[in-house]
Design a protein around this ligand. Structure first.
Ligand code: PMP
Length: 447
């Protein structure tokens, strides 16, 4: 593999000045841009025509691989048939069909679906559904939320309030949602470093919930929201028994449990949802990304029948949930989602990804022992390698490894001192080897 620096584009052909890039050090990037122009299967191609192996399924979303013909056809057909339909006081058959399909693969009882355009909107919608439900249920005092340290729940004001990544709030001096507490995170490198799969130790971290309930009063708490597996903060796994305990405690106190499965939905860890893999059923699931295989923006909240039924008891002729988006249930997104679900089902992708888990686990753990690697975590087709911070500062080492991987033709994800992998579920063993070899070379060269 040859070392290759991306070519700066000439000012005449493309100006980089006008686009304010999200979650990106714009000045650094624009000095040395990485630009992707094509994608097919498990490969991107950059503007210099080099293939880039996609080790991240885009941003954890292109689970069936890129530019699938079935989705392309469904989307272009739908735009020709009907490009848009008003989402309020109006419907179209495709979106009812999609909600029904989702209820067939969702965990037991979560048969109602509210559509959004992103994971962030799904999170804010779920929080509002929780408040709406408690009000309709005669418990309007339940307005507090409990999130978790290092949790990522998108960038809406609701999401950054229940989220627990300080950087997501720091620059905004924002008035956040009032009345939010945070559970401790479950990352414990000292005890669980290099464990394969779920850590044995740490179930007691869930008991902090009882302390918060004692302090704030169960009658004031609407919901607990956590990612079953936290992706954005660097792949943080739930210790064995932890999610079950959260479920027991929330149930005992009449508090709703929301799993944010924006990353873990649609086969990432071997079942349609992490809730099924770990056999813990929450009251709501937020999801997005893999729902349309990353092609057209769409998010959703999967909601327990009981919540919906209580909300439907609202006085006659009122709108039961006064909330929605212009693009809720967009017909083009619905077409993309149905085509994606067909691929997942026809190719049995969730099941087949399970057969790769062991191979992936062994491959990623082969990086143990390389310099500065202080932890490796994995479950399903998600993995992370954590590095000790370099003297240059937090995240610098991992960022240079990320850059080096890109130069060597592989896309990985970097957050702080961690490199995360979440390849498309259609990846093959040789491509896993390619990804891990590139990473290994990049780690060695960054030393
Ligand atoms: N929740 C989780 C768990 C996520 O990982 C993300 C995005 N990575 C979001 C919410 C936000 O989704 P979006 O970027 O689509 O708003």
């Amino acid at each position: 593999m040859t070392q290759h620096d991306p070519q700066p584009l000439s000012k005449e052909t493309l100006s980089l000045e006008h686009y304010w890039m999200p979650f990106t050090a714009n000045r650094q990037f624009k000095a040395k841009p990485r630009l992707l122009s094509k994608a097919k299967g498990v490969y991107y191609q950059d503007t210099a025509g080099r293939p880039i192996l996609d080790g991240t399924a885009g941003l954890w979303c292109c689970n069936a691989g890129h530019s699938r013909e079935e989705i392309i056809n469904a989307v272009s057909h739908q735009i020709r048939e009907m490009d848009f339909a008003p989402s309020f006081q109006m419907g179209h058959p495709l979106i009812f069909q999609l909600a029904q399909r989702l209820s067939q693969i969702s965990p037991k009882g979560l048969n109602k679906v509210f559509f959004t355009n992103s994971g962030s909107e799904a999170v804010d919608s779920a929080l509002k559904v929780a408040l709406n439900f408690h009000r309709a249920n005669g418990e309007a005092s339940r307005t507090r939320f409990i999130g978790r340290e290092l949790g990522y729940h998108g960038v809406g004001f609701g999401g950054i309030s229940v989220g627990g990544i300080p950087a997501n709030r720091k620059s905004f001096s924002a008035q956040l949602l009032q009345g939010v507490d945070h559970l401790p995170h479950t990352l414990d490198i000292e005890t669980n470093a290099f464990c394969r799969g779920l850590p044995e130790s740490g179930i007691e971290k869930a008991d902090a919930l009882e302390n918060i309930i004692l302090l704030q009063g169960a009658e004031n708490i609407a919901a607990v929201i956590v990612e079953p597996l936290a992706g954005s903060a660097g792949v943080i796994l739930p210790p064995k028994g932890y999610l079950e305990r959260l479920r027991q405690i929330t149930k005992k106190h009449g508090i709703l449990l929301i799993f944010d499965e924006v990353i873990t939905g649609f086969g990432r860890i071997g079942d349609a949802f992490a809730s099924q893999r770990w056999n813990v059923i929450p009251d709501m699931i937020t999801t997005a990304k893999g729902l349309t295989n990353g092609t057209v923006p769409m998010g959703a909240v999967l909601i327990d029948d009981h919540i919906y039924d209580i909300c439907m008891n609202a006085p006659k002729d009122t709108i039961e949930l006064f909330h929605g988006y212009t693009y809720s249930g967009h017909p083009v997104a619905a077409a993309a989602a149905l085509a994606s679900l067909n691929i997942y089902q026809n190719e049995q992708l969730f099941q087949s990804s399970k057969q790769l888990e062991n191979y992936f686990e062994n491959a990623i753990h082969s990086l143990k022992g390389l310099s500065n690697v202080i932890d490796i975590r994995n479950f399903g087709l998600v993995g992370a390698i954590q590095f000790s911070p370099s003297q240059a500062g937090i995240g610098k080492r991992a960022f240079s490894i990320f850059e080096e991987c890109f130069n060597r033709g592989s896309l990985v994800r970097v957050t702080a001192d961690t490199i995360a992998l979440s390849p498309p579920l259609i990846i093959e063993k040789e491509q896993i080897d390619q990804l891990i070899n590139t990473l290994s070379d990049a780690i060695v060269s960054a030393d």
